[in-house]
Design a protein around this ligand. Sequence first.
Ligand code: SAH
Ligand code: SF4
Length: 424
Amino acid sequence: MIQAILLSAAGEVISRAIERIMGRHNGPQPEQMQDFFSLTRPELEEVLTQELGMPRYRADQLFRWVYHRGVCNPEQMTDIGKRDRERLRGVFSFPDLTPAHRAISSDGTRKYLFAVSSGNEEGEGDRVESVMIKQPARMTLCVSSQVGCALGCTFCQTGTMGLTRHLTEAEILTQVFGVVRDAEENFGDMFSNMVFMGMGEPFHNYDGVTRAISLLNDPHGLALAPRKITVSTAGLVPAIRRFFEEGVGANLAVSLNATTNEVRDAIMPINKRYPLEELLGTLRALQLPRRKKITIEYVLLRGVNDSEGDLQRLPKLLRGIPAKVNLIPYNFNDGLGFHPPAEDTLRRWQSELQRQGVVVTVRWSKGRDIDAACGQLVTSSTRRAKKEAARRQQQSELVSVSQRPNSGENALNKSRELEAADFF
Ligand code: SAH
Ligand code: SF4
């Protein structure tokens, strides 16, 4: 299981933790402290017993306080002796779970902004968003895996930010427990499932995301079953394979969003590296447990990928893949030049796919009034993002006019290719 695979990474984490702890002579320096959220229970046990001479069961006690009771201040951990409480306070940094901002939509969806770094000289820290989506029968927690995203899909607001950095597992957990604490204290609810569909491409940050999943699975922690977690990818093929080889156990969602390489190349530059045949071939070859399905996300963009031809091609492309299709009407983003499909089109897609025996659901957007819907997450209003949005506007105008955006070799496409090349 994933715990086993994480062991090699664990050695490194523990020695880093020990180095920090041993290197401290003049009292705790915040930057030298070990992030509590970044240690799995076996890693924590090792640090506590080997370096701090504490009993092994302290790890379980700490896990219970932090992950079950949401107590992040050792002073309040009353079943731990005073001396050890003080030492813990000097060794581990416990995250601040208070969101920097929270917005509540008229449909009950809540959007949270978390400050995940203290900031640079200009006072600009990294910030990420998480969304608690309220649905009739369940609540979904949507978390971010990166600050920004390197993949630059042309319809996605996060894509306009470029990539600032990966989030650590500790920062991913901070979002989860920050939302959980607010949910318990102020709303009396709790999420039923969790998706990596916020900012970023989770498989670009494979280690951070899989370590976070393993921490969330821990029976002494949140004990969240892997089947309650879904990781959504734009199609990083090697990571998809690795995810299944390593038996991570979480569900997989793949953002397909096109039925031809021509259109997919234009709206999702990652397709140039892993084209449709390779992506779908990989999905076809996966050995999935019985009854498990891969979710195929398909954002409907008016006049770009929602033609009758697309509709007829989609079920053929999915043949042999245990798939369910999630249709997502595009959430409008100012300045990107894309539009939601006509209502008739959405209905036609839903009924035709059903008629052809495809399991299909529609993702109705939630939290649009607070910009919390899919693809609307962006936390930077920096010049860079604005400049990029303007550039996208020009590019996507070309997309909708020609419908074959790749055919025109223009400077804009060239620069997008360069960015993609940087990443791959
Ligand atoms: N990077 C991952 C996960 C984050 S995006 C991925 O691309 O899968 C989560 C989902 O939001 C993806 O399916 C993406 O195609 C979709 N999306 C992005 N922008 C959107 C928008 N404006 N409207 C609707 N869905 C959008
Ligand atoms: Fe990144 Fe996903 Fe947005 Fe594409 S859709 S830019 S992969 S977050």
